[in-house]
Design a protein around this ligand. Structure first.
Ligand code: NAP
Length: 256
């Protein structure tokens, strides 16, 4: 692919597996000089960093913890002297079900990690580096932030909020920093297992392109949005969804 991020330094949250790990790998393959990766489990993160090579630097912590956020951003600027690209990818869904029934602790946790934390990461990156030197940010949204679903109330509202946070940040941080989101449909990862593992064929069939997403499908779109190939694109929410929303956005429901 053509999108390059040569010499750039990136930070990807929630990169010990799934979509985040694929994004970190794609950025390094596309020329990034370094990628700070985060996740809560230090051993897993070390292992992934080892696999990615010496450009990958692990900083373990909870994506919603302001001290961890400061530490991870400081690691990027100390280790590489800059921070150009941020991917707010870490996300969670501890409280599936309708909003009428979801535990308030699960609701708070979902909105804290999926919505509040990307803002804190953007603020930290802005104040530490991007306000002065510019940069690009991508948040990982969801088709659930575009269409409603009976089974994913708290998560979907958090992603709808994240989409609008992305547009608001694009306005506030222009012209130096571009901010975009991708809205992924079902990607074969641990987080979304309840949506596809019981009947993968049916889950795939909801998508006009006839298959589920792979983490690499999202990683390529994120790399494009971070690269200079997207130099005149900011404030967009790009569906990376196998055609689901274009086809009318049928609700994403677990099969079986
Ligand atoms: N998979 C899908 O179908 C799909 C669709 C649309 C959007 N998304 C979004 O894509 C993003 C990545 O999801 P995924 O599917 O790749 O999930 P995943 O395979 O479960 O990976 C989640 C990653 O985030 C880390 N993480 C989770 N909570 C964290 C926290 N509080 N602080 C720091 N790290 C945390 C996990 O590591 P630790 O557990 O070690 O912390 C792991 O590295 C999420 O924002 C998700 O909402 C996914």
């Amino acid at each position: 692919m053509d999108a390059r991020v040569d010499g750039k330094v990136a930070l990807v949250t929630g990169a010990s597996r799934g979509i985040g790990a694929a994004i970190a790998a794609q950025l390094l393959a596309s020329g990034a000089a370094g990628v700070v990766i985060t996740g809560r489990r230090p051993e897993t993160l070390e292992e992934v960093a080892g696999r990615l090579g010496e450009g990958a630097v692990p900083v373990a912590g909870n994506a919603a913890d302001p001290d961890h956020i400061e530490a991870a951003v400081a690691t990027a600027t100390r280790r590489f002297g800059r921070l150009d690209l941020l991917v707010a990818n870490a996300g969670t869904n501890p409280g599936a079900g309708p909003l009428m029934d979801v535990e308030l602790s699960a609701l708070d946790r979902t909105w804290e990690v999926n919505l509040r934390s990307p803002l804190l990461w953007a603020r930290a990156a802005w104040h530490a580096a991007m306000a002065e030197h510019g940069g690009a940010i991508v948040t990982i949204g969801s088709v659930g932030g575009i269409v409603t679903s009976p089974v994913l109330g708290a998560y979907n509202v958090s992603k709808a909020g994240l989409h609008h946070l992305t547009r608001q940040l694009a306005l506030e941080l222009a012209p130096g920093v571009r901010v975009n989101a991708v809205a992924a449909s079902v990607v074969r990862t641990r987080l979304s297992e309840a949506l596809w593992a019981a009947d993968e064929t049916a889950a795939a069939a909801m998508h006009p392109l006839g298959r589920l997403g792979d983490p690499e499908d999202v990683a390529r779109a994120v790399t494009f949005l971070l690269s200079d190939a997207a130099a005149w694109i900011t404030g967009v929410v790009l569906p990376v969804d196998g055609g689901l929303t274009g086809a009318g956005g049928s609700a994403v429901t677990p099969q079986g």
